[in-house]
Design a protein around this ligand. Structure first.
Ligand code: M6R
Length: 615
């Protein structure tokens, strides 16, 4: 979590850093701060709150001149969100200044040592300990800043993306990475640093993504020198050309990124299968799968590891893979898996699912799986992300940047990609007939249009949201493929409207949750025609006879549920296996409208951050 930005070059650094922080605010928004070098001294301003609060404060507090600077937007780990704990942090001498995304785990022992050596601390952060450790090394060993950072980081246990500069050497910034992302933008005689490439997209399309345990000394008007932190060896920089454009990271006329991303789903899903699904030839082509077909076909088991919404996509994939590929599947919370001493065999295939590709628990889970010899396949959205790089092979969802903290298009594109993989493997294994295979490809190709049709219920959903926005609890029920969708619907409502919601397999209701049902309880039931329809109709009747208020997601033209439910929202008909791609849409919109009506911060819900790079 936390976003970091930096600039060194010939332009004014302040506007670049400020706008960069606004773009990175999805990574954390407890506090923000900027440090600039104005030609003589470091000018630093920071505050609890959002980047907008910093903007209001900063210009009355410091001069914002200077062509070198660093900035930070924080998701608090060590120390509550307040002004003092905000980044950047000075060293005791005031000469060095740092921003940090990550956690220093051995901060207590380092702090004790530094106190013995006469250092004092004003904040509760691990970051202030790190900058003083760097200062101590620099003075003690009489080395340059880059060397001091390297020696200090070799004493650190934890995760970091850091940027440091020294007011006595205002022509360089030193950055380093382990476990948290760090991109360096290479401009014309200027350099940018950021947690992702969005802060510098309008200035350059050339970027270097540092690998774990690498550091870089970025010299004004000169070069970027990359070294391994452990052994000081030089690394040849690999400069990538960015495929993103500015339009993709702006709201494009929508009130919120979340709404934009919900409405982007038809094109995002198409982008996921573009070039991979060739329905005329009845082929699915995915290099990551083809190149490793043997590993997939020899697998005795597939284990999905993920967190949050991505874990829900894994649950949908469990149904799809077992159904199509006839292979045993397990779906694991990465955070549990990594600490559970799980039984992993060499011919297991582990599929890690992550939008950001930076989720710390998922990353640790795949490292564990690899260490036991399993083959790891990454399904990520962010190109070049840590999980994508750590995996043995993988495929990107190509959903485009997802900025709203609540995942929407990430979920549907993950399911699309996983469906493609399952279909390809089923074909290779012979567990699907050729006619059924063709039918699936054709139906999958029609999903974007059907998502568009599902989005047309937006106004109806808004009216339903208005009726229920003030209730304290919601239940979400679904069966089979749509049980994970019920979980996802409940998560969406919780995270952006702060209304308590629970998702359940519909048949489990009578084993406990039914006790909650009375005339005040809204129950969202996914009751599409395919799959357990009669059973779910019975569940709806059970709710009705206890006076629960039913919001049903049904297949177009349904009449049975219409008679029982208080509200029905229709989605087009499709294959049962593909229904989650449609039934998810109304649930996303329902949570969105309720949150807007409750005046919550939809894109930046409290206590959350887009990529959870701490465990
Ligand atoms: O980037 P990832 O997909 O690995 O993120 C996993 C979860 O943190 C994420 O899905 C989270 O649950 C979202 N806020 C859900 O909307």
């Amino acid at each position: 979590m936390c976003g970091i930005v930096g600039y060194i070059g010939h332009r004014e650094a302040y506007p670049i850093i400020l706008n960069g922080l606004k773009r990175l605010e999805y990574r954390g928004y407890d506090s923000a701060g900027i440090a600039l070098f104005d030609g003589e001294d470091i000018k630093l301003s920071k505050t609890k709150g959002k980047v907008n609060d910093l903007e209001t404060k900063i210009e009355s507090e410091i001069s914002t001149n200077g062509t070198l600077g660093i900035g930070h937007t924080r998701w608090a780990t060590h120390g509550i969100p307040n002004d003092v704990n905000s980044h950047p942090h000075y060293s005791n001498s005031g000469n060095l200044v740092i921003i940090h995304n990550g956690i220093i785990e051995n901060y207590e022992s380092l702090k004790k040592e530094l106190i013995k050596r006469g250092y004092s601390f004003t904040s509760d952060t691990d970051t202030e300990i790190l900058i003083n450790l760097i200062e101590d090394v620099k003075l003690k060993e009489n080395v340059k800043l880059g060397k001091a950072v390297q020696i200090a980081l070799n004493q650190v246990v934890g995760a970091y993306a850091v940027a440091v500069f020294d007011k006595d050497k205002p022509n360089e910034i030193v950055v380093a990475k382990l476990g948290s992302p760090l991109a360096i933008g290479i401009g014309d005689n200027e350099f940018f640093i950021a947690s992702d490439a969005t802060p510098f997209l309008e200035y350059t399309k050339n970027a270097i993504y540092l690998e774990d345990e690498e550091m870089a000394i970025i010299r004004r008007h000169k070069d970027v020198e990359i070294r391994k932190i452990k052994d000081d060896s030089l690394v040849n920089p690999y400069v990538q050309e960015l495929q993103m454009n500015l339009e993709q990271i702006e709201k494009g006329g929508y009130d919120h990124f979340m709404l934009k991303e919900i409405f982007e789903q038809p094109s995002a899903i198409k982008d996921t299968y573009r070039g991979r699904l060739l329905s005329k030839e009845a082929i699915i082509k995915m290099a990551g799968v083809e190149d490793n077909m043997k590993r997939f076909l020899n697998a005795e088991r597939i284990i999905f590891v993920a967190c949050g919404t991505s874990w829900h996509a894994g649950l949908v994939a469990e149904y799809i893979f077992e159904d199509l590929v006839r292979i045993p599947v397990e779906v694991e919370y990465a955070s549990e898996f990594r600490y559970r001493n799980p039984v992993i065999k060499e011919n297991d295939v582990v599929i890690a699912i992550s939008q950001s590709g930076e989720t710390a628990d998922t990353l640790a889970a795949i490292k564990l799986a690899k260490s036991k010899g399993a083959f790891v396949f990454g399904v990520c959205n962010v190109v070049g992300s840590s999980i994508a790089r750590e995996s043995d092979a993988g495929a990107y969802t190509h959903a485009g940047p997802e900025i709203g903290v609540a995942s929407t298009k990430a979920f549907t594109t993950q399911i699309t990609l996983l469906t493609l993989i399952a279909l390809r493997l089923a074909r290779a294994k012979g567990t699907i007939s050729s006619s059924n295979y063709r039918l699936h490809l054709l139906e999958l190709e029609m999903i974007p249009e059907k998502v568009k049709a599902a989005l047309k219920s937006d106004n109806l959903i808004k009216k339903i949201a208005d009726i229920y926005k003030d209730v304290p609890n919601f239940l979400y029920l679904g069966r089979g493929y749509n049980f994970p969708v019920a979980l996802e619907g409940a998560l969406k409502l919780k995270e952006i409207s702060y209304i308590h919601a629970e998702g359940y397999p519909a048949a489990e209701m009578k084993h406990g949750p039914i006790a909650l049902i009375d005339e005040n309880m809204p129950i969202v039931v996914i009751a599409t025609k395919k799959g357990h329809y009669d059973k779910i109709v019975s569940n709806i009747q059970e709710i009705k006879s206890r006076k629960g208020r039913i919001i049903a997601i049904v297949t177009e033209g349904d009449t049975t549920v219409k008679e029982l439910a208080d509200h029905v929202i229709e989605v087009p008909e499709t294959l049962e296996l593909l229904t989650p791609l449609l039934t998810t849409i109304p649930l996303q919109l329902l949570s969105y409208h309720i949150a807007v009506m409750l005046e919550k911060n939809v894109d930046q819900p409290r206590n959350l951050a887009k990529s959870v790079t701490v465990e």
